[in-house]
Design a protein around this ligand. Structure first.
Ligand code: GLN
Length: 188
């Protein structure tokens, strides 16, 4: 796939370069976004894993909170791990109708891999969880796409996608490709 599409990765803290590599491997341009002005010409944005408290503070400091509310009104946003926390109703952006619990899998399972059954996907998806959150409750407009132990870990609400895990850390490009597909459905 060759395209001029550019998808941004919020680059205040966290797993930025891995997401950019995953986007480029999937055939689109990936760009680290450090200033809100750099959101302008993007087809979509990934909020990476990292430390949600640190990223949230930096987002406030650099004016990203109002800018991302405007951005997410029209374009796709994918929050992975800490990014899920940022998008949640009980997180700093409050954009998605989910309540999340941080570090929800506890000390016994700080980091783990799980083969997920993703809705409508024929083969299991290998997912890497690192001090991951999960969704405690979700509104009616949220579609749960995968669960671990009965807890939602992948969900979508219109143009917003969230995963508890790190899709950029495995060789399986299906979820990155799914998000790129979302940028094709939403006009901008
Ligand atoms: N536990 C982190 C937080 O709540 C998220 C961890 C991660 O992104 N891998 O910010």
């Amino acid at each position: 796939m060759q395209t001029s599409k550019t998808i941004g990765v919020l680059a205040l803290q966290g797993a930025v370069t891995e997401h950019i590599a995953a986007l480029e491997a999937a055939g689109v341009r990936g760009r680290a976004v450090k200033r809100k002005e750099e959101l302008e010409d993007l087809s979509g944005l990934i909020l990476p894993g990292g430390e949600s408290t640190a990223i949230g503070k930096l987002m406030e400091r650099y004016g990203f909170v109002p800018a991302l509310r405007v951005f997410a009104a029209r374009r796709p946003v994918f929050g992975t791990c800490a990014g899920m926390v940022l998008l949640a109703q009980n997180g700093p952006l409050g954009l998605m109708d989910i309540k999340v619990r941080r570090n929800a899998f506890g000390r016994q399972r700080e980091s783990f891999e799980a083969d997920l059954q993703v809705k409508d996907w024929p083969a299991p998806y290998p997912a890497v969880f690192i001090r991951a959150p999960y969704i405690e409750s979700a509104g009616r407009s949220v579609e749960v796409l995968a669960q671990v132990d009965g807890h939602p870990v992948l969900a979508r609400q219109k143009n917003l996608l969230v995963s508890s895990f790190h899709p950029e850390l495995t060789g399986d490009a299906r979820l990155t490709a799914y998000f790129i597909g979302m940028t094709e459905q939403v006009s901008c």
